[in-house]
Each structure stands twice: as structure tokens, then as C-alpha cells.
Write a protein that binds this ligand. Structure first.
Ligand SMILES: *Cc1c(COP(=O)(O)O)cnc(C)c1O
Length: 404
């Protein structure tokens, strides 16, 4: 007999749980793409997207996923042969560098490994070495979804400024926007990337980019621009079709409208950040207790450098893969696979899993996932310290911690 009946839960870092309200908002006949209602809907999204990213700049929406967001940024910022600096802290930073390289950008990776944040001093040194100021942009992943590492974007901006370098700061916030605290303008971020299917609680299909006027100035010279990727008509459309360079992603817009209302107008962005902070602490507390007497640990030692939306966990001896199989088959909980964490001994990363606590998640969902993981550790005989679920409950009971 399995306990995997009832509502299943994919606790994977995207696509995240879609609120019933978002699904319901999408359940409607096709709208007239030449009508006033769809135009008004779209025009209501733009100011709310700017509130979400905390910017007075511009916002553009594309039909696409996170990889599309990368290409949109690449196309609007670079010419073939331009240089970019990519401080990478996991598979997603490396993937972004690869996407730029394949488009003809000289993307210079500084690999900071898989368990800690980018060191701003090394970024500053790399920029100082570029006396001609040829590096056009520093491309940083805010939270790397593979490792769970969170980078300090303010520190990266300070490093660029300390070097007196003109490079733009471009931030991949695909896994963090609407989860981790983020203030685009205050932090000096020039371009921000997101996608609909993570903190924004909407099905995969929208890539969203925010840019300031400094970034727009770079676009004029960028020869990788193509008619579809050019963000300039999208932010100042003369005709409605220019918002999307063709047919609008109609149903996604209705879904996103509902999600933004939930985040910005009902719960409030500060409360959304505080909820993610508290649920993340519950996850860390559980893993910490299990690790007391077992080969189990969090990937990122420093709490300040951990994403608040996703946690990468080591369970040795192939325990992570066995635990994932157990939670899915016996409890209806799908955990994320290890990504980019493989070693020569464990190329498939059977020792790594990821727990998402991203978007539409509540205390009962995250505590439920953690209690199920504890049940699985016990059922499989994987050595672990006691009290993980209780430690998670205590973290929830402790109330709001300051959002760091
Ligand atoms: C999910 C993710 C991506 C890739 O998004 P896709 O929709 O899978 O293309 C890129 N960067 C980060 C940080 C992500 O979390």
C-alpha cells in the first residue's frame, strides 16, 4: 500500500506549484488579440512588473522560458566578439555563459565552484585588469538553482564601481524573483531576467526582462539584436502586436495578472520575502538535524549565501536518489534531482537532491515535504540524526526572522 494518493506535490524548483486561482484565470476562451481588453490587461502588467523588480526602468515580456531570457539579454547587450565576465556558482551560471558564447560573445567564466558565492574581490581584480574597459557586462546568477548558492548582487555592484569599470550588471533572477529580497535600482542592477514558472507561480512560457536606460544605450550598438529579441519596440510599442512581436501569450497574461495581484496587492512583496525566509529556515533546520548523525548536509555552509527558494542537499551513498524514489512512490512528493553536482565517483549525482520552497508554498506544504523526507530516511534505513521534522516545526514556530 502506498500513501501517494491524494493531491501530489512536485517540490521541484520549477515549474513551481500553480495556484488554483492562476489556473482558473487562464481557463477562458481565446480573447480577441486586437481588442481593447487584452491591451488594458497587458498595460496593467507592466507597472506591476516594475513594482516586483523594484525598478523605475522598463519591462519587456517575451514568449519563452529561462533560456529565452538569457538569449534576450545576450541579443540586446552584445555584438559578436564582445567580452563579458561571468562569475559562475553552479550549472545555471555556466549555462548562461555557454548561451552567450554560442551567440559569439567572449564570455569569460570565473568559476567559484558549487558551494559558495562569487568573491567580489576577484571580480574587481578581473575588471581592473581590463584597462581598456572592453568587458561590456558582468553576468551574475542571483540564486543558482542547481547549487542553491545565492550571490550578493550589491557586493558585485560595489566591485564594479570600485574598479571604476563601465560594465553593466546583469542579474539572472529566474529562481529568486518573488522569493528572495531583490531591489533592482537600489542595488545598481542594470538588467534583470526572470521567467514565469518559478517565484511567479505561472506556467512556463513567459520570459521577463527589466532594463534601465544605461542598458538601452548598449542596445543601439548591439549587433546580435534580431527583430524578435529587440526589446526596444516591446517597451515602447506603437501598435499592440509590438509588445510580443506577434501574437500575445494570451492565457499566460491572464495567469500572470492573477499571480501579480496575489504577490503585490494581497500578500505584499515584503511578506512574500518573509514567508520564503521562514520556510527556508525550516528546511535548513531539518537538514541540520539529520546531518547530526548521518552523511547528510546542506550544500551551502553560510546561511547568507543560501537561496531562499531552493535548497541543495547531500545524502551520501546514493541516499539522495533512493530517497527521491521513495518520496515519490510512497508519499506523492517529487523532489528535485541533483543538477551539475556530479563527481567522477557519482556522475549522475545520486548523492544530491533539491527541495524547492518557491512561490505558492505554505508552512503545511514545506513541513509536509520535510516530514515525508524524514519518513523516507527511516524507511530506507539511511542513517540520520533525529528530530528533523521537529526542528523544522520549531523554525516555523519561531516567527518571522529579519529578511536577509
Ligand atoms: C530555471 C532557471 C533557468 C532556466 O530556465 P528554463 O525555463 O529551464 O529555460 C535559468 N536560470 C536560473 C537561475 C533558473 O532557475
Amino acid at each position: 500500500m502506498s500513501l501517494a494518493h491524494g493531491r501530489p506535490y512536485a517540490a521541484i524548483p520549477g515549474p513551481s506549484v500553480i495556484p488554483d486561482r492562476v489556473l482558473a484565470a487562464m481557463h477562458r476562451p481565446a480573447p480577441n488579440i486586437y481588442g481593447q481588453a487584452l491591451r488594458e490587461l497587458t498595460e496593467s502588467l507592466i507597472p506591476d512588473l516594475k513594482r516586483l523588480a523594484r525598478t523605475a526602468g522598463h519591462a519587456a515580456i517575451y514568449i519563452g522560458n529561462g533560456h529565452a531570457a538569457w538569449e534576450a539579454a545576450n541579443a540586446n547587450l552584445f555584438s559578436r566578439g564582445d567580452r563579458a565576465l561571468v562569475p559562475a556558482t553552479g550549472l545555471f551560471g555556466l549555462g548562461w555563459a555557454n548561451s552567450a558564447a554560442r551567440m559569439g560573445v567572449q564570455a569569460e567564466v570565473i568559476d567559484f565552484g558549487r558551494s559558495g558565492p562569487a568573491d567580489p574581490d576577484r571580480i574587481e581584480a578581473a575588471l581592473r585588469a581590463d584597462r581598456a574597459g572592453a568587458i561590456r557586462a558582468v553576468m551574475v546568477t542571483h540564486v543558482d538553482t542547481a547549487t542553491g548558492v545565492r550571490n550578493d548582487l550589491r557586493a558585485v555592484r560595489a566591485a564594479i564601481d570600485a574598479a571604476g569599470h563601465p560594465a553593466l550588471l546583469v542579474a539572472d533572477c529566474i529562481a529568486s524573483l518573488g522569493c528572495d529580497r531583490f531591489l533592482m535600482d537600489d542595488w545598481g542592477v542594470d538588467v534583470t531576467l526572470a521567467a514565469s514558472q518559478k517565484g511567479l507561480m505561472t506556467p512556463p512560457g513567459l520570459a521577463i526582462l527589466w532594463m534601465n536606460d544605461r542598458a538601452l544605450a548598449a542596445t543601439a550598438a548591439a549587433d546580435l539584436r534580431t527583430p524578435y529579441w529587440d526589446w526596444r519596440p516591446r517597451i515602447a510599442p506603437e501598435e499592440y502586436y509590438q509588445y510580443f512581436c506577434g501574437t500575445a501569450p494570451t492565457h499566460h497574461l491572464f495567469g500572470l495578472r492573477e499571480a501579480l495581484t496575489m504577490i503585490l496587492d494581497e500578500e505584499g512583496l515584503e511578506a512574500v520575502w518573509a514567508r520564503h525566509e521562514r520556510l527556508a529556515r525550516a528546511v535548513w533546520a531539518a537538514v541540520g538535524a539529520w546531518g547530526g548523525q548521518g552523511d547528510i548536509r546542506l550544500n551551502v555552509a553560510d546561511p547568507a549565501a543560501r537561496g531562499r527558494s531552493v535548497t541543495s542537499v547531500f545524502v551520501g551513498g546514493g541516499g539522495a536518489a533512493r530517497l527521491r524514489a521513495w518520496t515519490e512512490a510512497e508519499a506523492g512528493v517529487v523532489l528535485g534531482i541533483g543538477l551539475g553536482m556530479g563527481t567522477p565517483e557519482d556522475p549522475e549525482a545520486r548523492d544530491w537532491l533539491r527541495v524547492a520552497h518557491m512561490g505558492h508554498v505554505s508552512a503545511h506544504m514545506t513541513l509536509g515535504v520535510l516530514a515525508v523526507m524524514e519518513a523516507g530516511l527511516a524507511a530506507l534505513g539511511i542513517p540520520h540524526g533525529p528530530g528533523g521534522a521537529a526542528a523544522a516545526a520549531a523554525a516555523v514556530a519561531a516567527g518571522d526572522a529579519p529578511v536577509a
